[in-house]
Design a protein around this ligand. Structure first.
Ligand code: AMP
Length: 309
């Protein structure tokens, strides 16, 4: 890792860079380029430059690195562990495409990853994508002084189950928490999502975003509330990465706007929904690789017309 004295992009992310194996009702694919930080950084880079903080093994294919380079993602903090194996995830979706079943999780190089942040100039916006909360906390502690403009984080059932207390420590220090409906219920024990969002606020983050897959997203912003449907799609091919692409679109737009007010966040949720709607139209990053910012803006305009009353 050649990161000494580098300057971070305005948006930085820590998360997983993975080799996935995915099965959906429409097909199966081995060795898909995945991981929360990969989807996030690719999606966010339609809006802003992004720095990626992550670890991979020696088996990490050069062609995957090239995919991130297509979007000029800053890889100065992508560590390669000699002799190590990249994080690997195997998941399956049945007819309910909102719920992934995890079949296998191989943490591999994540087990002893100790991120060392050496940015001379910090980012304004930071996203702690889905990864071990202990690592999220380590990155946050190294970056949070002087105070960043906006920090958001995500998680998943695996970490709620295995590292709940560490996750709550992370929540105490972030401005915004993004999760899906199942995770919100699992974490808070609250079946009602508005009450769940308020319970999360009591732990720390004033802003809570709950994603509901094809049913849209809700936002609790202090005392204010907002909700959006999902962009209606007739063919969802592979939902893997939808949540991370959503977060990438959302954080990318906030960073581009240099703002995190309620009004900007509402638009950011719209952009997040549109980027996610493209991501699910093919396996892995295949669909996002075929579009330009123009297509995102066009679908966003259509979406605006669709939801106005
Ligand atoms: P999502 O946006 O929620 O569909 O995230 C999908 C990505 O999460 C996949 O590409 C996986 O590699 C990654 N992933 C799966 N399990 C974990 C985990 N326990 N921690 C971090 N990332 C994971």
């Amino acid at each position: 890792m050649e990161n000494k004295g580098t300057k971070s992009a305005p948006l930085a992310v820590v998360g997983t860079v993975a080799i996935d194996q995915v099965e959906t009702p429409f097909g199966q694919r081995d060795r898909v380029f995945g991981g929360s930080a990969s989807y996030f950084s690719y999606a966010a880079s339609f809006f802003t430059p992004v720095s990626l903080v992550a670890v991979v093994g020696e088996d990490f294919p050069e062609e995957y690195r090239e995919i991130l380079k297509e979007k000029s993602v800053d890889l100065s903090h992508l560590e390669v562990i000699r002799g190590g194996k990249t994080f690997a995830w195997k998941g399956k979706y049945e007819h309910d495409l909102n719920t992934a079943q995890t079949l296998e999780t191989h943490l591999n190089v994540l087990m002893d990853f100790q991120p060392r942040i050496q940015f001379e100039e910090k980012p304004g916006f930071l996203f702690l994508a889905n990864i071990d909360p202990v690592l999220q906390l380590s990155v946050l502690k190294q970056m949070e002084k002087p105070k960043l403009k906006f920090v958001a984080c995500d998680t998943m059932n695996y970490w709620i189950q295995n590292k709940r207390q560490d996750l709550i420590e992370v929540l105490k220090r972030v401005d915004c928490f993004v999760m899906n409906d199942g995770e919100a219920r699992q974490l808070t024990g609250e079946p009602n999502l508005i009450r769940a969002a308020k319970k999360v606020q009591e732990w720390g983050p004033g802003i809570v975003v709950i994603k509901k897959g094809e049913h849209g997203v809700l936002l609790q912003y202090g005392q204010k509330y907002f909700t959006l449907p999902a962009y209606p799609l007739e063919s969802v091919f592979d939902p893997t990465g939808a949540g991370d692409s959503f977060a990438g679109g959302m954080m990318g737009y906030l960073t581009q706007s240099k703002d995190s007010s309620f009004e900007t966040l509402k638009k950011a949720l719209g952009y997040g929904s549109i980027v996610a709607s493209y991501a699910v139209e093919d396996f892995g990053l295949d669909r996002l690789r075929k579009i330009k910012r123009k297509e995102i803006d066009e679908r966003f305009d259509l979406f605006k017309k669709l939801i106005s009353l």
